[in-house]
Design a protein around this ligand. Structure first.
Ligand code: DX5
Ligand code: ZN
Length: 230
């Protein structure tokens, strides 16, 4: 597996979600999270069909690409993602996550993303069992476990979803793989450590980082909590 630009399991990676940012000050906010220790920028793309909300598309990704060296982690919450993979790669995505529930051919989408030369990742919604992904894991650089129903920031964390993370850790070992495990939704200082203890490598955080007045301090505080330093 090509692991360039994807850190190995064992290092906690913070991926602040752009959804919670002040869009009038994006350049400044991205610099702040970088200073605070974030390595990824999580970009939530919503189409109003797969989820009942619309966010932003390729022009935003492309504009930000020019002003940040964060690793661009694009989370596609769109129906039939196979239609848009090449657009997001051209815009600057370095990793693309799509939803298992959004396509009839998840294996084909993973292969399409890999063939486009970026990291490939698949996600399941809270009511989808993680076992549906087991056959696909050899094609994954990352797997995203949703800890809220996708569609909106600011929702309450669902701790029972961490059971899926524990199962993935076991599968990774059993299949001899090295994909990262990401969790997304409702993550903050109160539950970041529990995520890491379950096996999460990449923490997405919207409200608790870019939703705060000082995203630099919020990034550092969340990483400290995740690492058990507070
Ligand atoms: C939800 C998105 C999340 C969201 C997280 O559909 O996928 O990435 O921005 O926001 P918080 O951290 O506020 O739950
Ligand atoms: Zn997301």
């Amino acid at each position: 597996m090509n692991t360039q630009n994807v850190q190995k399991p064992g290092q906690i990676i913070l991926a602040p979600s752009l959804l919670a940012a002040n869009f009038a000050k994006l350049g400044e906010q991205l610099a702040a999270i970088r200073r605070g220790g974030a390595a990824y920028l999580h970009l939530d793309v919503m189409d109003g069909l797969f989820v009942p909300n619309i966010s932003f598309g390729t022009p935003v990704v492309k504009s930000l690409r020019g002003c940040s060296d964060l690793f661009f982690d694009v989370h596609l919450m769109i129906d039939r993602p196979e239609r848009y993979i090449s657009d997001y790669v051209s815009a600057g995505a370095e990793l693309i996550t799509f939803h298992y529930e959004a396509t009839e051919d998840p294996r084909g989408v993973l292969e399409q993303i890999r063939a486009a030369g970026v990291k490939a990742s698949v996600s399941v919604k809270p009511n989808t069992p993680v076992e549906v992904l087991y056959d696909l894991l050899p094609l994954c650089d990352m797997v995203l476990i949703m800890t809220v129903e996708p569609g909106f920031g600011g929702q309450k964390f669902r701790p029972e979803q961490l059971e899926k993370v524990r199962k993935l850790v076991k599968q990774r070992e059993a299949q001899g793989l090295s994909f990262l495990i990401q969790a997304d939704g409702g993550i903050g200082e109160s539950n970041a450590r529990a995520c890491v203890e379950a096996g999460v490598d990449v923490l997405v955080a919207g409200s608790s980082v870019l939703g705060k007045d000082d995203p630099c301090a919020a990034s550092a505080a969340l990483l400290a909590a995740a690492e058990g330093r507070n």
